[in-house]
Design a protein around this ligand. Sequence first.
Ligand code: THU
Length: 159
Amino acid sequence: MKKINLSTEIEELLPEELSTMEKLLIDRAKEVSKRAYAPYSGFHVGAAVLLENGEILQSSNQENVSFPTGVCAERLLLGYAGANHPDSPPTMLAIVAQRAGEEIWAGVSPCGVCRQTINEVENRFEKPITMLILCSNGNVMRIKGIANLLPLKFDDLNS
Ligand code: THU
C-alpha cells in the first residue's frame, strides 16, 4: 500500500489586503445576493464574475419548491456567462452569502456540483479561475484554481 497526500492552497486575506477589483467583485456579489430567491432555505447567495474583457456579471441563487430543481448562484452565473459571452473567459469569481433576516455575512463554500461546473469552465477556456469567498469573520479566502477545492477532479472521459 502507498499513501497519497494531496495538498491544496487557500489564501486568507484581510479586507484591506484586497485589490480594488477584488473589493468590487465582493461588493457586486453582496448586492446581487439581495435579489436571491431562496424562500425554502433562507440562504441568500450572491456571485459575481469578472470576464477577461472586463465585464462583470452577477447572479443569486434561485430555488424551487421541488428542492433539487433550484440552482446555485455560481452555477446559474457561469451558465449565463458561457451562453452570452462565449469568447471571454471568466477570470475571477466572488461568492458571498447571508441568512434571511441577518445583517452579518455567512460563511459559504461552493457545493460539489458547482465545483465541477467551475472545473468545466476552466477546462473550456484553459484558464484557471480565482475564487473569492467571503468568510463570516469578514476575511476573504482567495483560491487560485478549482483544483484547490476539488482534488482528484473528473475532467477526462478517456483517462
Ligand atoms: N447555494 C448557492 O447558491 N451557492 C453555494 O455556494 C452554496 C449553496 C444555495 C443553494 C440553495 O439555494 C441554498 O444556497 C442553500 O443550500
